[in-house]
Ligand binder design. Structure first.
Ligand code: ADP
Length: 372
């Protein structure tokens, strides 16, 4: 009579381990478990494939089997990336480099585990990797296409906008108003301005996503900047009967950052504040912060629900609120803003209460200009 196989029937640690190994081996993504000392304790077949190895990884340091390079083509230390992870971290910005110098784009995810995969039930990390070279190259092609198309559309849009403005001016001067013609021209003008804004956002976006935006760091007089912005937006605020206030700390220090992008970020906040406010006021505030200057744009407008606050910086997001939808918009402004903020190492905040108003804040740190 055959003896009952206790190991199979009862399970046990060995059986559980085999179960986990066959489970992770069935995954298409590379899975590597490392212990607290960053030594490999468990891995699957896909890990051997992506790392281009045919010998065991067990017991090897992850930094010795996986060499990464960052966006700037510089060596990046995977061990540092892992050790900085407190719960879970993902990145699509690294490339995995092979010994022959070739490399691939990888999606990298690191999660901290407290039990199980580390040796002796200690802590450790789970690393997941996937080859995303094809996705990245499609994204690059898409961005290149958007960049070329938006560039080509800029001139005809500017010409059309100029011609419509001229026609409006000629009619205004002649005094021969015809309400139908006036309406048609107004609508055409608004639409062409909207199109121009959209093309601008798309162009900035594709450059920001490709990391192709040049940062020209210069001293910015934040005091002057907020006054100038208030001046520029006065006509829009006036046409909606909204008061526009400036509250700038008289002791504001010079800020060192990109004037172009700081202005673009604040313009987006102010345009939205005026757009989504029907009565009351918009306040542009600026004060010193430890790292640089903090700007806050506060409005007494329609406000943003808690659920939407988490989404407003998403690509093409527009609230379903009918009061949002009665204004034209692309849902790109805040997304572009967040990309520019990343570039400036700035932090954005939003506080809002539905029907009471919103405050968009941004803390912009002083940056050092690169020596030429
Ligand atoms: P849009 O072109 O729609 O204004 P944005 O990216 O600038 O796109 O803003 C995204 C969405 O966030 C808006 O559609 C609106 O729902 C909400 N939003 C942004 N700013 C404000 C604000 N100051 N008050 C209320 N809602 C706002």
């Amino acid at each position: 009579m055959a003896k009952p196989n206790k190991k199979v029937a009862g399970g046990g640690i060995d059986f559980e381990r085999k179960r986990i190994v066959s489970l992770i081996n069935s995954m298409v993504d590379a899975v590597i478990a490392v212990d607290d000392n960053l030594k490999v304790t468990l891995y699957n077949g896909a890990a051997l494939n992506i790392l281009d190895r045919n010998t065991s990884l067990a017991g090897l340091r992850i930094g010795d089997v996986c060499q990464l390079i960052d966006k700037k083509q510089k060596n990046a230390d995977i061990e540092k990336f892992i050790q900085k992870t407190t719960s879970q971290k993902t990145s699509r910005d690294f490339r995995l480099r092979y010994s022959d110098g070739s490399n691939i784009n990888v999606y990298l995810s690191v999660a901290v585990v407290s039990l199980g995969f580390g040796t002796g039930g200690k802590g450790g990390y789970i690393i997941i990797m996937r080859d995303i070279t094809r996705e990245k190259s499609l994204e690059e092609e898409r961005d290149e296409f958007i960049s070329v198309v938006s560039h080509e559309l800029r001139t005809p849009i500017a010409v059309a906008e100029g011609n419509i403005s001229n026609a409006q001016m000629i009619i205004a001067k002649s005094g021969r108003h015809d309400s139908t013609v006036d309406d048609v021209l107004d609508q055409a003008h608004n639409q062409i301005l909207f199109l121009g804004g959209l093309i601008n956002d798309l162009a900035t976006l594709s450059r920001a996503e490709r990391g192709r935006l040049n940062l020209e760091i210069e001293p910015i007089n934040a005091h002057e900047l907020v006054r100038e912005l208030a001046q520029n937006h006065k006509p829009d605020a006036k046409s909606k009967n909204i008061a526009l206030h400036v509250k700038a700390d008289p002791e504001l220090k010079l800020l060192h950052s990109s004037k172009l992008y700081v202005r673009e970020i604040l313009q987006n906040f102010i345009t939205n504040a005026i757009k989504y406010t029907d009565k009351g006021s918009v306040t542009i505030a600026a004060y010193n912060s430890k790292v640089g200057v903090c700007f806050e744009i506060t409005d007494t407008g329609i406000g943003i629900s808690k659920g939407d606050q988490a989404k407003v910086f998403g690509k093409f997001f527009r609230s379903e609120d009918f009061r949002t939808r009665k204004n034209t918009g692309t849902g790109l402004g805040l997304y572009v803003t967040s990309k520019l903020a990343d570039l400036l190492h700035a932090t954005i905040s939003v506080e809002s209460k539905l029907n009471e108003g919103s405050t968009f804040g941004i803390t912009i740190p002083n940056l050092k200009s690169k020596k030429k």
